[in-house]
Ligand binder design. Sequence first.
Ligand code: FES
Length: 217
Amino acid sequence: MSDAPFKNPGWAGNTGEFDLTEEQVRGDDFVGRRPKDGGHPSGAGTLPYMLAEKAPEAALFEGEYHARFEKILTRYPTKMAALLPALGLAQEIRGHLSPETMDRVAELLELSPAYVRGVATFYTMYNKRPVGRHLVQVCTNISCNLAGADDVVDAFLRYTDTELGETSEDGNFTVIEAECLAACGFPTCVQINSRYFENVTPAEVPKICEHLKAQGE
Ligand code: FES
């Protein structure tokens, strides 16, 4: 974490409608520092969370992560109903959902592998292959597109020296396009791991990437 919190190029609070700073609303961590056991059961199964370091070969689910898995199960009437947060937890640990990972989750939840693969491949927020420490999702849907999202994508690809979907050599970045991120009033919107960057222009891309690299190392 840096001493001087990074200033998002734009975010909803900038409209003056709120008194809170971005750090007060979102914190200033860009990669995961959530307790392994997920804290209170109500938070244990929340959205997929990206850790700075992945462990693609790690066991599912052991130690504190086992406690977290059990907490998730307590919140659902059946094991099947817990599939989405269980997949999210598997991705948090391993970084992506390989076929083997999906099969292991199927085994733990007593579901068929085909069912789990069908669900996992339906949702784009589950990574089906490895991604970098920072997954950069640039919205290229209509509002952002009209505001120059394609140039923002190009700027990220140039900075990271990658093609779409590739991971940079240093393992820091994977850049992909995303459909509408529901921040159409603040184009171009970019989701990096679980955080939004709004009103992003190509000129701000190097500053954003440098900040993320400094924080992720
Ligand atoms: S079009 Fe980009 S956030 Fe909706």
